[in-house]
Design a protein around this ligand. Structure first.
Ligand code: ADP
Ligand code: MG
Length: 266
C-alpha cells in the first residue's frame, strides 16, 4: 500500500455560537490519493467548507488530525505550515476572495512566488496565465476587468503557480453559468492530467461531482454518512441520506431509470 497524499482522521470542529456549541464537523475520516479527485457533497451547512478549512489549518480543529504525505500537521510551526502550503492550495467559490481588487493580476500571481522566494516570476506568471487559458498580457489588468469565468481561471492560476500536489476546491463553479461551469471543470481536469494534481472538491451540486470525482463522500450534519467510488454512490447509494440527495436533484428517467441532467440549487 502506498501512503495516501492526505489522511483525515476523526476530524472534529465545534464552534461556540452565542454561548452554545455547534458541532460543524463530527468525527470525519477519509483519505485521498495523489492525482485523484475526492468530492465532498452535502447540503448547505453540512460542514463541507469547515472540513476544507480544517485540512488547510485555516481554522483549528477541536479533535482528530490531518496527515499530509504521512506526516501529521498537528502542532506544525510557522515554517512547517509554509512548506505544507506550497503543496496544498485552495480555490474558492468567489475568486475575488484570493485576489486584491487594487492590485494587477500579475502581482496577485507573483505574490505566492515572493512568499516562497522563487525567482523568474514574470516568466512563471506568463506561463501560468497561458496554462489556464488567458494571455500573458492579462497580468497588467485588474480583477474587475475580467468575467466571472476568467476570474476563476485567475484563481486557479494563483493556486497552481507553486505547483502544489493538492488543491482544495470549495464550490469553484457554483457561482458560474452552466456553460462556463463545464469550461472550468474541463480546465481543472486537464490541469490534473498534466500535473498529477489531487483535488478535494467541495460541492453541493451532485451533477458537477458525478462529472469530475473519482470518489465521493456524503456529508450530513457534520458527519460523513457514506463514501465510495463515484459510480457506486450514484447507482447504488447505501445510505438513506444519499438516496434523499439523489432523489432531490436527479429525477429518475422514466425509460431507463438513469438520472437525467437537472440543475441543482441551494
Ligand atoms: P457548508 O460548507 O457545508 O455549507 P459550513 O462548513 O460552512 O457548511 O458550516 C457548517 C456549520 O458550521 C453551519 O452550521 C455553520 O453555521 C457553522 N459555522 C461555520 N463557520 C462558523 C464560524 N466561524 N462560527 C460559528 N459557526 C460556524
Ligand atoms: Mg460551504
Amino acid at each position: 500500500m502506498t501512503t495516501p497524499l492526505l489522511t483525515v482522521n476523526q476530524l472534529s470542529k465545534t464552534f461556540q455560537r452565542r454561548g452554545h456549541p455547534v458541532c460543524a464537523v463530527n468525527n470525519v475520516s477519509f483519505s485521498l490519493n495523489a492525482g485523484e479527485t475526492w468530492a465532498l457533497v452535502g447540503e448547505s451547512g453540512s460542514g463541507k467548507s469547515t472540513t476544507g478549512r480544517l485540512v488547510l489549518g485555516l481554522t483549528p480543529a477541536t479533535g482528530g488530525d490531518v496527515q499530509f504525505e504521512g506526516r501529521s500537521l498537528n502542532g506544525l510551526n510557522a515554517a512547517g505550515w509554509r512548506s505544507v502550503r506550497r503543496d496544498m492550495q485552495m480555490i474558492f467559490q468567489d475568486p475575488l476572495s484570493s485576489l486584491d481588487p487594487k492590485r494587477r493580476v500579475g502581482y496577485s500571481l507573483e505574490e505566492p512566488l515572493m512568499i516562497h522566494g522563487i525567482d523568474s516570476r514574470k516568466k512563471r506568471v506568463a506561463d501560468i496565465l497561458e496554462q489556464v487559458g488567458l494571455r500573458p498580457q492579462d497580468a497588467s489588468r485588474y480583477p474587475h476587468e475580467f468575467s466571472g469565468g476568467q476570474r476563476q481561471r485567475i484563481g486557479i492560476a494563483r493556486a497552481l503557480i507553486l505547483k502544489p500536489k493538492l488543491i482544495i476546491c470549495d464550490e469553484p463553479v457554483s457561482a458560474l453559468d452552466v456553460s462556463i461551469q463545464s469550461q472550468i471543470l474541463n480546465l481543472l481536469m486537464a490541469l490534473q492530467r498534466e500535473y498529477g494534481l489531487a483535488y478535494l472538491f467541495i460541492s453541493h451540486d451532485l451533477n458537477v461531482v458525478r462529472h469530475i470525482a473519482d470518489r465521493v463522500g456524503v456529508m450530513h450534519r457534520g458527519q460523513l454518512v457514506e463514501q465510495g467510488e463515484t459510480e457506486r454512490i450514484f447507482t447504488q447509494p447505501g445510505h438513506d441520506y444519499t438516496r434523499y440527495l439523489l432523489n432531490a436533484i436527479l429525477p429518475a428517467h422514466p425509460a431507463s431509470g438513469a438520472p437525467v441532467r437537472a440543475v441543482a440549487n441551494g
